[in-house]
Design a protein around this ligand. Structure first.
Ligand SMILES: Cc1ncc(COP(=O)(O)O)c(C=O)c1O
Length: 406
């Protein structure tokens, strides 16, 4: 019998991947091509502090090094090592999060989000996601054949979540609301009254709240971060955090989720996340040794980092808001700014042309979601002051030249 099958074309990828988009990395393909052609590039697209010279606190590295030398290199328990889970629970309680039902560690906050979303939604369900917001949520929901339903952040109100828009969009198939605070890409910090209103909606409609607080210690000008899980002990909240941003080790791939609320409501969902956790064995093991030292050790790098970020933010705001045709709400946390392009038809085309002409790499607003009819771009505030200055000036010249051509 002849088992050889005639070649009938390429290996067909699954349909579900078609709508999975991640703009932050998508622009890199073109940027790398230009760099290989010899163009000087200014990478203001990726929220990764290390390539820009920021170094993590040494005690985290020492803890991981010790774990590796002690041969803690096997698989970890699926939820994570007990010492780290305990440190996370203690830190969460200190922040006012009571009623903790389940805590687990993943390969980055990204994996925790993916596990939680996979354990929650069925095809056809919907989840309310901030627009603009971090694109992982929409990418994941596309993969799970569920609907990412954008709710607006109000640019005129410093990018605060629009509560009536959230309330209006909840229906019988809504399973969760995602809040990113401080927000990526806008750098905004939500007010207590806004957060309370969202937590009330979550409790009222029996939803799960994804409180993505991975930037919760990167705050400027005295801005205050309120953990959403601390606002109402009967609301179902998954607080998401990790080492990538506050502790400057995104390459460790360590994040965690703290599920809080009423156990009788959350137990089946918690068990579903455990089931998924067991199927993937465990998160990175030696890197989990850095969690307790991160949460309980010296925190002085955070003040130093925030100081650096404020300088970069002030420089970028001064230069960008001076450009005729651009306006930018001042970020109060995280390390991004989301600038509005007035009189531009397509931010995707604009970013491509900007990159080709000036070498400046920024991400189109459409990659994060934005109010229909508006155009934006996100820039990262991590590069050195001189690079930010050069890049913002190049943006100014590019805008002026395109205006004079019109
Ligand atoms: C809002 C937000 N959530 C989650 C993540 C993913 O973090 P991790 O590196 O822990 O997977 C990011 C990364 O940029 C982010 O901006």
């Amino acid at each position: 019998m002849d088992h050889a099958k005639k070649s009938s074309g390429p290996i067909r990828p699954a349909e579900r991947v078609r709508n999975v988009r991640y703009a932050v990395r998508d622009v890199v393909v073109m940027a790398d091509r230009l760099r290989k052609q010899g163009k000087k590039m200014f990478y203001l697209n990726i929220g990764d502090p290390n390539p820009f010279g920021f170094r993590p606190p040494a005690h985290l590295i020492e803890a991981v090094h010790r774990a590796m030398l002690d041969n803690r290199n096997g698989y970890a328990p699926s939820d994570g090592i007990e010492d780290a889970l305990d440190a996370i629970r203690v830190d969460s309680k200190r922040r006012g999060i009571g009623n903790i039902v389940h805590t687990w560690i993943g390969n980055g906050c990204s994996e925790v989000i993916e596990m939680a979303m996979s354990a929650l939604v069925n095809p056809g369900d919907n989840v309310l996601v901030p627009s603009p917001g971090y694109p992982l949520y929409t990418a994941l929901l596309a993969k799970l054949e569920a609907e990412a339903r954008p709710y607006q952040l109000d640019e005129a109100a410093g990018w605060q979540p629009d509560i009536p828009d959230i309330a209006r969009q909840i229906d019988g198939r809504t399973r969760a609301i995602v809040v990113i605070n401080p927000n990526n890409p806008t750098g905004s910090v939500a007010s207590e009254s806004t957060l309370r209103a969202i937590v009330d909606l979550v409790a009222e409609h029996d939803l799960l709240l994804f409180a993505d607080e991975i930037y919760d210690r990167l705050l400027f000008d005295g801005a205050k971060h309120i953990p959403m899980g601390s606002l109402r002990q009967d609301a179902s909240v998954l607080t998401l955090c990790g080492l990538s941003k506050n502790w400057l080790v995104p390459g460790f791939r360590i994040g965690w989720g703290v599920l809080s609320g009423l156990a009788e409501k959350l137990d089946p969902f918690a068990e579903a996340t455990r089931q998924l956790g067991r199927a993937r064995l465990s998160a990175n093991h030696p890197e989990q040794a850095a969690i307790r030292p991160a949460l309980e050790g010296d925190q002085s790098h955070i003040a130093a980092l925030n100081h650096e970020l404020v300088q970069r933010r002030d420089l970028a705001m001064g230069l960008l808001n001076r450009i005729d045709g651009i306006s930018c709400v001042k970020p109060e946390g995280a390390f991004y700014a989301f600038a509005r392009l007035h009189d531009v038809q397509s931010d995707g085309d604009w970013c491509r042309e900007l990159m080709q002409e000036t070498g400046v790499v920024v991400v189109p607003g459409s990659g994060f979601g934005q109010r229909p009819g508006t155009q934006h771009f996100r820039l990262v505030l991590l590069p050195s002051l001189s690079i930010i200055e050069e890049a913002c000036k190049a943006i100014g010249s590019f805008v002026a030249a395109s205006r004079s051509r019109r």
